[in-house]
Ligand binder design. Structure first.
Ligand code: SF4
Ligand code: SF4
Length: 175
């Protein structure tokens, strides 16, 4: 039977995470590390120790912004952002989901937006998120100001090769 470490490495399909020598450069640059239950490099250690349940139930994997600062700083090219993605997917597949209220709904709305247009259309994504979460009015007053400052586009351009993006969703669904 595969260990937790082997399973994560197989899904990352890149540099094995045991290349990490815990220099903590990833954690030092991570914009959300101070809010996380476990620092990014600590998660690597926990995976090596086989702490599957603790990792998949932790808020850390849902607080990662996928900004990729960590991999740009890592001297060993350990792809922490990809690792967090893999862990989120494993948590969903294991029926654990996310501990933080509504974070999974935001995640679903984000992915659904990418699947539909190949890139994010913020207003559409917010509509989807609000419908899924039932949190309809909490930050509605921010929208006009954001439109005026050009932070929200009504119509977002679609990715030219949408089919390739949708193929990725199909492939990851069946793998
Ligand atoms: S920067 Fe890379 S080597 Fe350093 S702790 Fe993070 S993952 Fe490990
Ligand atoms: S991708 Fe995630 S773990 Fe890496 S620096 Fe960004 S927020 Fe932190």
């Amino acid at each position: 039977m595969q260990t937790f470490l082997e399973e994560v490495n197989e899904r990352i399909n890149g540099v094995p995470i045991q290349r990490c020598y815990h220099c903590r450069k990833c954690t030092a640059g991570c914009p959300t590390a101070s809010y996380m239950e476990f620092n990014p490099n600590r998660v690597v250690k926990m995976i090596q120790n086989g702490e599957r349940d603790k990792v998949l139930r932790s808020s850390t994997i849902w607080l990662c912004l996928s900004c990729e600062t960590c991999i740009t700083r890592c001297p060993n090219e350990v792809d922490i952002a990809r690792m967090m993605d893999v862990l989120r997917q494993m948590a969903i597949e294991s029926g654990i989901g996310a501990r933080e209220r509504n974070v999974l709904k935001f995640h679903e709305a984000f992915l659904s937006g990418i699947k539909m247009g190949g890139r994010i259309n913020e207003p559409m994504m917010m509509v989807q998120y609000k419908l899924k979460s039932g949190d309809l009015f909490s930050d509605i007053t921010l929208a006009p100001g954001m439109f005026l400052k050009g932070k929200l586009a009504l119509v977002s351009p679609r990715t030219k090769d949408l089919k390739s993006v949708q193929d990725i969703f199909e492939k990851t669904k069946s793998s």
